[in-house]
Design a binder for this molecule. Sequence first.
Ligand code: F6P
Length: 318
Amino acid sequence: MRLAVLTSGGDAPGMNACIRAVVRAADVNDFEVLAIRRGYQGVFDDDIAPLTRGDIIDTVHMGGTTLGTARCADMYEDDGPARAVEVLSRHGVDALIAIGGDGTFRGCEAIERAGGPPTIGVPGTIDNDIAGTETTIGFDTAVNTALDAIDRLRDTARSHGIIHIVRVMGRHCGALALAAAIAGGTEAVVLPEDGHPAEGLVEQITDAINHGKQGIIVVVSEGARDSIDGIAADLTLQTGRSHRITVLGHIQRGGRPSAVDRLLGATMGVEAVRAARQGAHGVFIGMQAGSLVRVPYAVAAGTQPLDERLTGVRKLLS
Ligand code: F6P
């Protein structure tokens, strides 16, 4: 059997652990592996080459993705999937393992619809925004990176007694912001799922100040409906405290993967190879109630609800 593997969309810490697991599991089964570089772009550019055990030596601890990644416009053109299938057939690909987010899975679906090989998705994104899986490769590391920044900001916020507003990634999903805010004990968090929360926010911050809080930290998810500048200006106007804004940006995408993300990458990679061997297709490997399961791509198109345990304590703790 000849497998191809690619990483697509935003990179996420732990992707390399997953690539390594795919190569090692394939090796045990005497399968060949082809690396497709820079996501689907590598299919269109025919940037495809054998990937062997020698290529994945000492990569498990590395952030980013050694295969490179891209957001590929060609895939969305009318003839994109058919062109991709032609290249994959020419390389004799029996199954494609694609590590990425919901856009990556849409690419997999399009390839299968166009008559291409079976595909198996693996959820890799710091956003944890894929419905059908409780977590994604890269999320845990990104939460810890945001948390490290929040802890540092806490020191200076307390010293100066001013309001720090921290923008956290996550696209349209507040999972990353919510987890970082609760773990960081921030005074408030503003999520895309909230609607327009500015009024309640001022009361929450005023309450914290009245309870003797010196430094105030507010996490704002990048998908929040209110602008971060508007939120900051309003807080300063209503509380009389000055503010600073920190945008964490792509720092959250890099860095050494946490143990959680390496283990997730490892187990999901092995499971993806097992699924390919068993002839599965049209599914991604998800985590549900602590177990790895195969989830149809259509499920990923739905909305990922926020973790109920965290939303349950949010009002109390952040
Ligand atoms: O999906 C991962 C992510 O980092 C999102 O949190 C963010 O909205 C987006 O990618 C940024 O994309 P880019 O790197 O293309 O600017």
